[in-house]
Design a binder for this molecule. Sequence first.
Ligand SMILES: NC(=O)c1ccc[n+]([C@@H]2O[C@H](COP(=O)([O-])OP(=O)(O)OC[C@H]3O[C@@H](n4cnc5c(N)ncnc54)[C@H](O)[C@@H]3O)[C@@H](O)[C@H]2O)c1
Length: 330
Amino acid sequence: MEDYEGAFSGKRVLITGGLGFIGSNLAIRLVNLGAEVLLVDSLIPEYGGNLFNIADIADQVSINISDVRDEHSMRYLVQDRDYLFNLAGQTSHLDSMQDPYTDLEINCRAQLFILEACRRDNPNIKIVFASTRQIYGKPASLPVGERHLLRPVDVNGVNKMAGEWYHILYHNVYGIPTCALRLTNTIGPRMRIRDARQTFVGIWIRHILEGRPFEVWDGHQLRDFTYVDDAVNAFLLAAASDKAKGKVFNLGADCVVSLKELADLLIEVNDGAAYSARPFPQDRKRIDIGDYYADYSLIRSELGWEPRVPLREGLAHTLAFYREHLEHYL
Ligand SMILES: NC(=O)c1ccc[n+]([C@@H]2O[C@H](COP(=O)([O-])OP(=O)(O)OC[C@H]3O[C@@H](n4cnc5c(N)ncnc54)[C@H](O)[C@@H]3O)[C@@H](O)[C@H]2O)c1
């Protein structure tokens, strides 16, 4: 048992984006810790929300299908909650370029609705915001620490950056206990595999399980990957610790791999599969960040977080989950 776990027993928790990949894994963990969990999600089909994600806890959580862009719903939903895990978001980088206004509405403007609702009706609520390494843009040096300049390369990065800073601002000015985690590529059961909107690893896994070769673009880019259980741990640690208030933390990994190495590892873990390497499509190349891996020493020293699940093991769990439940994710 982790020493923060008692913090959630009997507590009233709201998770926006709670039917999505990370939100649903977090919900399962919180239910097991004895929290009273309310999930808010719009279930927009292009995003990662999926009712099957919470099939195992469906009778132990409350679900409100609503949109964080609805200011009136949000005012009502944040009331009387002890914790808010704020994960609702538009996650596709390419979609943010093709439809910048929707990304703006969800990742930026709606974040202000949520924070204003908390300021007016529940200023003591503890909030953890799901931010992203995308806000750094193309790294000037590696590994990337929290002091690296923020200079996003796409609309999604700009809006997530604003969303993150609204959270920090509402701590600095109004004293609301907020913090933000800058997640790197997260993988695991319940991620979207229908297409590459959430992560390219999703579509790779779909192709592998359907017996089709997947595509690796370029393949030399370096990345770090967080297994979803480790990401969930970080959210819980950040929510439970007073030291996190007003801060932003990178998540990261000990193992840094190129995409080609990741593809080879996935094939090895699956005991076979094939891929073809091809150059980046132009529309993606324009918003690619090149190599990235995080320095996560701040969260390690301040909150004691460390990634625990090795990449190989995380990939094996993920493949096993989709082998069993593929039909719910296509
Ligand atoms: N998965 C990653 O690798 C990763 C990396 C960096 C940051 N993040 C951030 O973590 C958060 C969760 O990501 P995820 O990977 O679980 O993605 P996801 O798409 O599975 O989850 C997001 C959820 O938010 C919901 N949602 C979207 N717009 C909404 C709206 N307007 N109103 C209500 N609900 C809405 C979606 O239906 C979905 O269920 C996101 O904010 C994302 O930016 C994820």
